[in-house]
Design a protein around this ligand. Structure first.
Ligand SMILES: NC(=O)c1ccc[n+]([C@@H]2O[C@H](COP(=O)([O-])OP(=O)(O)OC[C@H]3O[C@@H](n4cnc5c(N)ncnc54)[C@H](O)[C@@H]3O)[C@@H](O)[C@H]2O)c1
Ligand SMILES: [Zn+2]
Length: 375
């Protein structure tokens, strides 16, 4: 057993009044998790929810961290993958929490990627009318996106994330060393969401990423920096608009085109979520250029960086059958309220200058997609 040196740590505060909490970011933070929780909630039992893959890599060290602080743990291990965001798996998690006598003074610990975070967070929201929970995100996507902001959910046959609740965690611990075991394709996919924060409202961060993305992938201080900037960006947006009645929609940059492509690919490993978002952001900027909102050179910057990282930027890069314009338009309409042929999109006046465009002509989108699919 190696004991990591006391890690350098960055703290990002999510300001939500009585529901405020800290996100601690640093390499090696997991070993101190038990002591931190013992200080926060003396004598609590930690109910660890994780998936089989993450359990294999990181459950022993997580349990050891709690044992070192003298805290009791229980565990629920679910299969990896989106299919675990379902009623049967949720039922199993809830029943296990009850059987293990997890009560209001205890804590649920979500150890895993976005799937585990959404599932465990939702179970925590509903068991005994609400248990406190801690996010220990283990994928890049979870460290910069899903563990922050309190959205929890499972999927329904009609669509993803349709059954859920807003339930903020009491603490987020992002140990960046956990990402060392993440497959590089998953890391790259999560990186699309990192780049997204630059594209939304931080041109200088996007420029920094363009110069430093290799170090972010390699680990070390650049990775911590990128995660901290991302969490700060999301925390600021969530603090302004916790329940997505306005500004929080900016976080959906690239997600309207992205979701449609992801759905057309059957939510399979033909196209991971972040890969779809990379394509979606490329398309959102190209569409903004076509509408004359941004200079084409700005759209080119976006494409060039995402392609350099190895993310897809052309629809033709998706393996398998190419979706049709009609199919994509139908998926976009399903995702959105269409009012009199108008759609809401996140568009941009340049890198770092994204905005909510509530009145996009569906006919323009269709013509644009027809061009892009011919590419
Ligand atoms: N709540 C939110 O605000 C929010 C935001 C964005 C996405 N999401 C949700 O997040 C989910 C996607 O999250 P994800 O990309 O993390 O997927 P995931 O949880 O399925 O993780 C991806 C894969 O990586 C594996 N993995 C995770 N950490 C690992 C590690 N450290 N080492 C080795 N393997 C590891 C997992 O077992 C899984 O196979 C989706 O369900 C999406 O809806 C939620
Ligand atoms: Zn996303």
């Amino acid at each position: 057993v190696t004991v990591p040196l006391r890690a350098a740590e960055t703290t990002v505060r999510v300001e939500l009044g009585a529901r405020s909490y800290d996100i601690a970011i640093g390499r090696g933070l997991l070993s101190g998790l038990g002591h931190r929780i013992a200080a926060l909630r003396p004598g609590a039992t930690a109910a660890i929810v994780t998936d089989e893959t993450v359990a294999r890599h990181h459950l022993p060290s997580t349990e050891a961290a709690f044992a070192a602080a003298g805290l009791r743990t229980t565990r629920v291990i679910v299969p990896p993958g989106e299919a675990s965001k379902s009623w049967p798996v949720l039922e199993r998690v809830c029943n296990t929490l009850l059987t293990d006598r997890i009560e209001r003074r205890d804590l649920v610990v979500a150890l895993g990627g976005g799937v585990v975070g959404d599932l465990a967070g939702f179970a925590a929201a509903i068991v005994r009318r609400g248990l406190d929970y801690v996010q220990v995100p283990t994928s890049l996507l979870a460290q910069v996106d899903s563990s922050v902001g309190g959205k929890t959910a499972i999927d329904a046959p009609l669509g993803k994330n349709l059954i859920g609740a807003f339930h903020q965690p009491v603490l987020v611990i992002a140990d960046t060393s956990l990402l060392d075991t993440l497959p590089v394709r998953e890391f790259r996919s999560g990186y699309a969401e990192v780049a997204k924060y630059g594209l939304i409202n931080d041109d200088s961060f996007f420029a920094w990423l363009t110069a430093n993305w290799r170090e972010v992938f390699a680990g070390g201080p650049a990775r911590e920096h990128a995660i901290a900037v991302s969490c700060r960006a999301k925390a600021a947006i969530v603090a302004r608009d916790e329940r997505e009645t306005g500004d929080r929609a900016l976080l959906n940059l690239g997600h309207t085109f992205g979701h449609a492509l992801e759905a057309a690919a059957g939510f399979s490993d033909r196209l991971l979520h972040g890969e779809a978002v990379a394509l979606g952001m490329t398309l959102a900027f190209a569409f903004s250029a076509r509408l004359g909102l941004t200079a084409p050179a700005e759209a080119d910057r976006v494409t060039a960086h995402l392609a350099a990282v190895g993310l897809p930027t052309r629809v033709s890069e998706i393996p398998g059958e190419r979706p049709s314009v009609g199919q994509l338009m139908e998926l976009i309409a399903q995702d959105k309220k269409v009012e009199r042929g108008r759609l809401t999109f996140i568009l941009a006046r340049g890198v770092g200058r994204s905005f909510v465009a509530p009145d996009v002509d569906a006919a323009d989108v269709r013509a644009f997609l027809a061009d892009k699919l011919a590419d």
